[in-house]
Design a protein around this ligand. Structure first.
Ligand code: GLC
Length: 465
């Protein structure tokens, strides 16, 4: 117990040290405090990374930093003059920002993807912002905060960006490669699961926070309609278990029109052998991606975990998802929780899909490396369906090495035995993820501040493809 408390104290000290101030007020946390490796942009506040810090702060009664962050980033996605030649649309939010001093005056420099490696678009940032706003309102009970005209406008701008009709017929959100936590080329373009779950959460948030008035009416209606279709599409077509796999295995192809059962023309031969090799009995999960003629059969952990405690997955589905982790424990947890995805792209698939990316070699980094920050997502999911035993077991594994290894960003290897080749030390979301997991285990009732109730008032609606 004493040792456990020591670890938690160490984590809190590090998290507090990572705080960034702007004009004397705390507005975020840096991504990492690693003095050894080159910095790249790890000295910036990443919206997605900060969300984990923010949840950890809020569930421990610290709300001021989140309020400041929400106000600052609101300006970053609603003001015209923020942009250079790139003209990122209103409603889009930076991946990260930093505070710089010029002639004794502080200013914010934001990166909407125009500086990021490979110039990737952070689609997830705006969706994280919505989830944070919802949580802030629930924690503080200050619903007036989100009802202010500038916040209402901020919500509408994000919706406008997500709901505008494009050359696309699916209810899911079409995004370019590397648009979320996996911010590199990894065959995650199109309709990756994590973005779809965040989109679902974002739409629920908008439904809850938009004031029903004339200005908002058309947005609220659009949200209702899209949510119904999105939920149906994800639950129906993204779900994979043994029954469904058998169905796909025997699919007829080249079917035309309304009666087609293989609507997306998936060829059975595209089922990868590696999936069959690792898929445990009783497993089930939401697929990584789905588009015309293509299923990504990888298990992406974050999206699957979020789906459990936000009620996208039914109770039975949630159990199957956790069975999948339980049944392949040595891979998912091994020496350090938790694999970002299973399985790795190897050989020619790695070369073609990642562009021969040396940082994403098989079983490393995004390509099936292990990311300790994900511990909070497993903890939240386990609490939701009464499998705390899994979270407790995984946290014990993490506690053995995390401090000794200086709170690494990620781990490599099939069983997560190696410190990630280029993993930063003192990575903030590793630290915050641990604090958040411990907080949730100690006060499971607090999960309801982040999660979405099972009784969401949305009727799933089939799209007539
Ligand atoms: C890397 C990760 C990204 C994270 C960032 C800051 O770019 O791929 O997900 O937000 O580092 O930690």
């Amino acid at each position: 117990m004493a040792q456990e408390n020591e670890l938690l104290n160490e984590a809190w000290n590090l998290l507090n040290k990572s705080i960034v101030n702007f004009n004397g007020k705390p507005v975020g946390t840096v991504a990492a405090q690693d003095k050894e490796l080159d910095h790249l942009n790890y000295d910036q506040v990443f919206v997605r990374d900060f969300t984990v810090s923010a949840f950890a702060f809020m569930l421990n009664g610290e709300t001021e930093i989140v309020k400041n962050f929400l106000e600052l980033t609101l300006k970053l996605h609603t003001t015209e003059e923020r942009l250079n030649w790139l003209k990122a649309p209103l409603g889009s939010m930076p991946a990260s920002f930093k505070v710089e001093s010029e002639n004794g005056k502080e200013k914010i420099i934001a990166d909407y993807g125009e500086h990021a490696i490979a110039r990737v678009t952070p689609v997830d940032s705006s969706l994280w912002w919505l989830w944070l706003l919802r949580t802030y309102v629930r924690v503080t009970n200050d619903s007036d905060f989100a009802r202010k005209p500038d916040f209402q406008k901020g919500i509408r701008l994000i919706l406008k960006l997500c709901l505008t009709a494009r050359f696309d017929m699916f209810p899911t959100l079409l995004v370019p490669d590397g648009s979320f936590m996996i911010d590199r080329r990894m065959e995650v373009h199109g309709y990756p699961l994590e973005i779809q779950v965040l989109f679902y959460i974002g739409l629920i948030t908008a439904k809850e926070l938009l004031i029903p008035n004339e200005e908002n009416e058309k947005y609220i209606n659009a949200v209702d309609e899209r949510l119904g279709h999105l939920i149906h599409h994800l639950r129906e077509y993204y779900w994979l278990d043994l029954d469904r796999l058998n169905e796909i295995y025997r699919y007829k192809v080249e079917e035309f029109g309304k009666t087609a059962s293989n609507k997306f023309n998936i060829y059975p031969d595209s089922i990868p052998q590696v999936l069959l090799d690792w898929l445990p009995e009783g497993a089930g999960f939401f697929l990584g991606n789905l588009s015309p003629g293509r299923i990504d059969f990888r298990f992406f952990t974050a999206g699957n975990m979020y789906s459990i405690f936000t009620s996208l997955a039914s109770n039975d589905q949630s159990k199957s998802i956790l069975n999948t982790i339980d049944g392949a424990w040595d891979r998912f947890v091994g020496f350090m929780p938790l694999k970002v995805c299973i399985y790795a792209l190897e050989g020619e698939a790695w070369r073609l899909s990642t562009g021969a990316d040396r940082k994403n070699i098989p079983w490393s980094y995004h390509n099936a490396g292990s990311w300790p920050f994900l511990i909070w997502t497993l903890t939240a999911a386990s609490i939701r369906i009464g499998r705390e035993d899994l979270a407790i077991k995984a946290i014990e594994v993490l506690e053995k090495r995390i401090s000794k290894d200086n709170w690494r960003e990620y781990y490599d290897g099939k069983n997560n035995r190696f410190k990630g080749k280029e993993a930063r030390q003192f990575q903030t979301w590793t630290i915050a993820g641990y604090i958040l997991a411990k907080t949730l285990l100690k006060y499971p009732e607090k999960l309801s501040l982040i999660s979405i109730d099972e009784n969401i008032d949305v009727v799933p609606q089939e799209v007539k493809y």
